[in-house]
Each structure stands twice: as C-alpha cells, then as structure tokens.
Design a protein. Structure first.
Length: 225
C-alpha cells in the first residue's frame, strides 16, 4: 500500500508541474482541433492519457503523449537539484545526473538529425556540444560538469520543441517506413527509433532516481515515489 501511495504522489507531482507551466506541453491549432473531433482525437493532453492528440497524425500523436509523460517526470525528478548534486559522482565508473540529462538531450538530437535529415552522424560543430553527452564514459565524467539544472532542462526543452515541430509536418506513413540504411540485417522503422528515444529516457530516469537517492543527505529509500 505504501508503494502505491508513493507512486500516486509521484504522478500527481508530475501533473502539478505540467499544470503550473514548469514544462511546455503540446501546442494545438484550432483547425487541427476541429478535424480531431471528427476522428475521435483529443484536443487536450492529460499527462496520464496515452493516445492520439490533435495536431498530429494518430500514431505520431500517441508517441508524443508517451514522450511527453517521460519528459515531465524527468524534469520533475531533477528540478530541485543543485549544481553540486548534478555533478556528484557516486563512484569512479559511474555517470553523474548532469551527464545523464545531457545524454538524454544528445540522444534526442541524434535521432532528429537521423530521422528528419537523413544523417548518420553529427557534423563537426554538433560534435563539440554533443559527443561527450552521447558517449558518456570518461569524456562525460570529465567534460560535463559545472552547470546548473536550468542549463540541462533548457537543452531538453529546446530539443523537444524541435521534435514536436517536425512531428507536426509528418504522417503515420513516414513513421512506419523502414529505414533502408539501418535494415541491412534486421529491419528498423522510424517508429522504432522514436520508441527507443522514449524507452531510453524511461531507463535513464530510473538511473537518475537511484543516483538522486544516493546524494549526500538524501532521504532514505522508500520515502520517495
């Protein structure tokens, strides 16, 4: 019962953050909303309702609701952390919370250039900002430090708005298309790429939660949802 209570508290805190304007959600247009009514598509975006939403093709909209839920929970989980918290290294082979936030932003950036531009790697200028975050390891531990949480959240928000803008231009046929470059041995489609962005963020959210629970002065396990 205690675990269920903690989970509900965690979900409610994420919803409160979204409602308070702590993170931008999904923009809609009146034209899209009118069309949505005819296709049983929602013109609002409750945080804990997954499914098609106005302004996007049905399967893209469903994907957006999943991406949005993950992002709100990550932002809520880290919004109170100090720069020292973000740079805290639990052991020499670990990643910091700041590095993991940078990693989330870098992975989304990579899938943007890949699926929206057809590129397979960052250009020289992009590598300067994103390579350490994408690869983590020693580079991540050495280079990603000294930033406050607004820096990381700003990168995440900027990247997500780019993703949403591009998604609004696409249809479900694009989402389901097989990538011929990636599919030499096993087939991959664009939907898998963005599903991976989604499940990847959920995976690292778990790591961030663990690292947060091990920060100096953190609450004992079981006291946070």
């Amino acid at each position: 019962m205690h675990q269920h209570s903690n989970r509900r508290s965690f979900l409610k805190s994420g919803i409160s953050l979204a409602a308070a304007g702590g993170i931008s959600l999904i923009p809609f247009t009146s034209t899209a909303n009118q069309a949505a009514e005819k296709n049983n598509v929602r013109d609002e975006n409750p945080l804990c309702v997954i499914g098609p939403i106005a302004g996007y093709a049905p399967q893209i909209g469903t994907l957006v609701t999943m991406l949005n839920y993950n992002r709100v929970t990550v932002i809520n989980l880290t919004k109170s952390l100090s720069a020292a918290d973000l740079d805290h290294l639990i052991d020499p082979g670990a990643n910091t919370i700041g590095a993991l936030l940078m990693h989330l932003a870098a992975v989304e950036k990579f899938y943007q250039i890949n699926s929206f531009e057809g590129r397979q790697e960052f250009n020289a200028e992009e590598k300067k900002l994103w390579n350490a975050g994408l690869g983590l390891g020693d580079s991540g531990r050495t280079e990603i430090k000294g930033k406050d949480v607004t820096f990381y959240h700003g990168l995440l928000e900027q990247g997500r708005q780019k993703t949403l803008q591009e998604f609004k231009k696409k249809d479900d046929k694009w989402l389901l298309a097989i990538d011929p470059i990636w599919s030499k041995e096993e087939k991959y489609n664009t939907y898998w790429k963005w599903f991976h962005v989604c499940e990847h963020e959920a995976n690292h959210r778990g790591q961030i939660s663990f690292l947060k629970s091990r920060l100096p002065g953190a609450k004992k396990a079981g006291t946070e949802g």
